[in-house]
Design a protein around this ligand. Structure first.
Ligand SMILES: Cc1cn([C@H]2C[C@H](O)[C@@H](COP(=O)(O)OP(=O)(O)O[C@H]3O[C@H](C)C(=O)[C@H](O)[C@H]3O)O2)c(=O)[nH]c1=O
Length: 185
């Protein structure tokens, strides 16, 4: 597995080894020992998530404040721009973001440690996003950062769907700007 630090060094891009043959391919999408040895990150995942979305759907930017989740994100089918925003007030990259295309074709995974808001926008007709989390879902502890806060300035590379706006949940339409959102110490 190849591991490359992103522009925010704690956020890592992982490229697993893919074994292709005339039948198709095989890939170990997660191996705890390989993950620990390749990244130096020693965490336990307690929850697997899978969401399917249509082109132009944007989910995010979400985080749990008192039960922060580290996330290992991959795309089994389709293409997304996956985004992480550093909400650790003590971090030198507080308020900064990273975005990378994850797809069923590139097999790239993004490790996003606790302390970040996470979101993605779908570029393909549909996309299946699968991610492991290091803590359990805590709906009472969920917070939403505004996807379009100019103070963060995420370049979502929104797909052309004929609409200026991505397709958002009601919760995501009410995301807070960085200046008013709760942060991690
Ligand atoms: C996240 C989650 C949701 N749910 C239920 C709650 C709702 O009835 C339904 C849809 O939830 P929501 O609209 O919050 O799903 P997303 O907008 O995909 O939220 C996720 O989007 C971004 C990209 C994230 O990184 C987070 O994991 C998460 O916030 O699934 C659960 O039962 N367990 C869960 O862990």
């Amino acid at each position: 597995m190849k591991v490359t630090p992103s522009a925010i060094p704690d956020v890592l891009l992982l490229e697993p080894t893919v074994f292709g043959d005339p039948r198709g391919f095989f890939v170990e999408s997660f191996n705890a020992r390989a993950f620990r040895e390749a990244t130096g990150v020693d965490v336990t995942f307690v929850q697997d998530n899978h969401s399917r979305s249509a082109r132009g759907v944007l989910r995010g930017l979400h985080y749990q404040l008192h039960h922060p989740q580290g996330k290992l994100v991959r795309v089994a089918h389709g293409r997304v721009v996956d985004v992480a925003v550093d909400l650790r007030r003590s971090s030198p990259t507080f308020g900064r973001w990273v975005a990378h295309e994850l797809s069923g074709d590139n097999f790239t995974q993004m490790w996003i440690p606790p302390g970040f808001a996470h979101g993605f926008v779908v570029l393909s007709e549909t996309a299946d996003v699968l991610y492991k989390a290091t803590d359990y879902y805590a709906p009472q502890d969920e917070h939403c950062l505004a996807w379009d806060d100019p103070a963060i300035g995420v370049d979502w590379r929104l797909p052309d769907t004929g609409s200026q706006q991505p397709l958002l949940s009601q919760k995501d339409r009410a995301g807070l700007p960085l200046a008013r959102a709760m942060h991690y110490e």
